[in-house]
Design a binder for this molecule. Structure first.
Ligand code: ADP
Length: 608
């Protein structure tokens, strides 16, 4: 463990203690109680043996026994009560981890969500242990402190015996040397045990880390196979066999990894039993000789030997814990890094102007963009303007940058070069939330949630029912809504309610359109909004488009060029650039990409 590791452990522990002071105190107290617990019987047995040896009265012996049992009981009860409370808190810490990670996912820059490294940080931070990273940390801190307290207690108990020779004369010199030799031997054994503990724990943790990828993939399959969505494709493409083989291979790799960890554990246990045993043997010999020479009592022999054995055991457990601390540090680092990802996106402060004339002008000025972590520009030197009230279509081959253009406009990403302006001001200077409120977008890969229909349309818990119903009617779902007994309260899907309805892909697409209408934002953007609709529904959307968007600015991406004809302004994208712009008639009259695309599609619609 290096300083960086200790820093991350300290940071996370301070955060836990700051939020839940009681749990930090409990970890500390529990470590002391658990460390002290074995020594009660060790010391009491020594006193009792001495009592018997000195032929003390039955009453005194009974009194010692009662005290020993009473103390033991007290410690046991205290340990178990506190342990229960501690374990309950561990359940809570796992939830706290999830809550914090989800909170971060919801607020982080969008670009991080597509960053594999960032997503791995999240998976690792969550996957480490049943109790989550905080629970894992608390457990190890408790073990760590317990190990230190236990070893210190053992040393305090045996110190008089080891130092005993110093107070005696000539024979004392011999005794002192013997003590030092014993200390050396026991020190070597304890150290060896400690190193072995660290070595095997590290190895196990390394193997476990190597299994992370396998566990991730297994979790993916578990998720995939428990849902209905994937099953159609799997069955139709007969992929069951492929997946079964993959799952079997994962299982086998996981089993091998677990077996290797088991081997490490067995070797560790072997050393863990042998070294304390050897320490016990040495101390028995030493204490036995001392007792024979009359320098210590028989009771002391019992307490000293048992304490040294306990010391060796504690050192072994402590070593395991130190080995695991490295992984605690690694996962604390992942967790803290994920939680503290710096915001790259400028938040901006300028409020978006609420213009009385409702006019907004957007200017792209020499905008170039490449996705974070990639070298290739997907938008190159783009310069264009448009105003509120215009209906603009964006067409072009796959991968030409149409969706990226929309993402830049909505500030899901910030431009790499150049700038986008709203009414003459760089959009990065506007308050982000206010700026976002200007756009209602139906993404190609829109998401409708397993919430009630009304909440989906309002994108909020509070639903303005009349507006939501109106939006659904305008999006073409009026008849469907009328037939739903629970109306807007109907759950989408059956995940959370038996009364939920499994809507079709086309119906969900209409919901996404209705959500955009409900938002009533100045800009309406639709990225392939009719892909899942039947021809009649598609026709309805085009015919009703003006009604849907009114006087708002509408940006419309579609592969079906015929459906873009109603837009007076058409942008033709190719390789991240706008290569043509104009009305359908103008573009169709020019030799160029638009005409080629148009002709390619038109031939399928010609009469035979
Ligand atoms: P279109 O909408 O015109 O089909 P896109 O704007 O979606 O095209 O994509 C433009 C290019 O950007 C494509 O080459 C695509 O592979 C790439 N791209 C899209 N999203 C990402 C991303 N998150 N990371 C890296 N490259 C991306």
């Amino acid at each position: 463990m290096n300083r960086e590791d200790i820093r991350y452990i300290g940071l996370l522990f301070r955060e836990i203690a700051g939020r839940e002071r009681k749990i930090a105190v409990c970890t500390f107290l529990l470590a002391i109680l658990e460390a002290a617990n074995p020594y009660i019987m060790i010391l009491c047995t020594g006193v009792l043996v001495d009592g018997v040896y000195r032929k003390e009265s039955m009453e005194s012996l009974l009194f010692y026994t009662a005290c020993a049992l009473g103390l033991k009981l007290l410690f046991r009860v205290a340990c178990s009560r506190m342990g229960e409370w501690f374990n309950q808190k561990l359940d809570y810490t796992r939830q706290l981890d999830e809550e914090q990670l989800n909170r971060q996912s919801l607020s982080m820059d969008y670009e991080y969500l597509e960053d594999t490294h960032v997503q791995e940080l999240r998976t690792r931070a969550l996957a480490r242990s049943y109790y989550g990273i905080r629970g894992w940390l608390l457990l190890q801190v408790r073990e760590f402190l317990k190990g230190i307290f236990s070893m210190l207690t053992a040393l305090v108990i045996v110190f008089p015996m080891l130092a005993g020779g110093a107070q005696m004369g000539g024979g004392g010199m011999f005794s002192l040397l013997a003590s030092l030799l014993l200390l050396l031997v026991i020190g070597v054994l304890v150290w060896g045990n400690y190193r072995a503990g660290i070595y095997y724990t590290r190895k196990s943790v390394e193997i476990l880390d190597g299994l992370d990828g396998i566990h991730n993939k297994s979790a993916y399959y578990l998720d995939l196979l428990s849902g209905v969505e994937s099953q159609k494709d799997l069955r139709i493409h007969a992929q069951q066999r492929m997946i079964r083989q993959d799952v079997d291979a994962l299982f086998e790799a996981s089993r091998k990894g677990e077996w290797r960890i088991g081997q490490m554990y067995i070797r560790r246990q072997l050393i863990g039993v042998t070294f304390p045993g050897l320490s016990g043997l040495c101390i028995y010999l030493f204490a036995g000789i001392k007792a024979f020479l009359g320098q210590i009592s028989i009771g002391n022999v019992v307490s000293y030997t048992a304490s040294i054995i306990q010391l060796a055991r504690s050192a072994s457990r402590f070593a395991g814990c130190v080995g695991r601390m490295k992984s605690v540090a690694d996962y604390s680092r992942d967790y803290m890094q994920y939680r503290n990802l710096e915001k790259r996106k400028r938040q901006g402060t300028i409020p978006v102007e609420k213009r009385r004339d409702g006019r907004f002008q957007i200017d792209f000025e020499h905008v170039s963009f490449r996705y974070p972590g990639t070298e290739e520009y997907v938008i190159s030197d783009l310069t264009l303007s448009f105003e509120i009230g215009e209906k603009m279509a964006i067409v072009g081959p796959n991968g030409s940058g149409k969706t990226t253009f929309i993402k830049l406009l909505c500030r899901l990403y910030d431009v790499t070069e150049g700038c986008i302006k709203l009414n003459g001001i760089d959009i990065r200077k506007y308050d982000y939330q206010e700026y976002c409120a200007l756009f209602a977008v139906v993404f190609q890969d829109f998401c409708i949630f397993a919430f009630p229909l009304g909440e989906n349309i309002a994108a909020a818990g509070v639903v303005e029912e009349a507006a939501a119903e109106d939006a659904l009617v305008r999006a073409g779902l009026g008849e469907r809504l009328a037939k739903l007994p629970q109306g807007l309260a109907t759950y989408v899907g059956r995940q959370f309610s038996d009364g939920g309805v499994s809507f079709s892909g086309g119906e969900k697409q209409k919901m996404a359109i209705a959500r955009a209408i409900y938002k009533d934002a100045p800009f309406v953007i639709m990225d392939e909004p009719t892909a899942a609709l039947d021809p009649l529904a598609e026709c309805d959307v085009y015919a009703g488009f003006d009604r849907m968007v009114g006087k708002k600015t509408a940006l419309y991406i579609s592969h079906r060029l015929a459906s873009c004809r109603f837009c007076e302004d058409i942008l033709v994208f190719d390789k991240g650039r706008v290569v043509q712009r104009g009305s359908h008639e103008e573009l169709a009259a020019q030799q160029g990409l638009y005409r080629r695309l148009w002709n390619a599609q038109a031939q399928y619609y010609q009469q035979p």
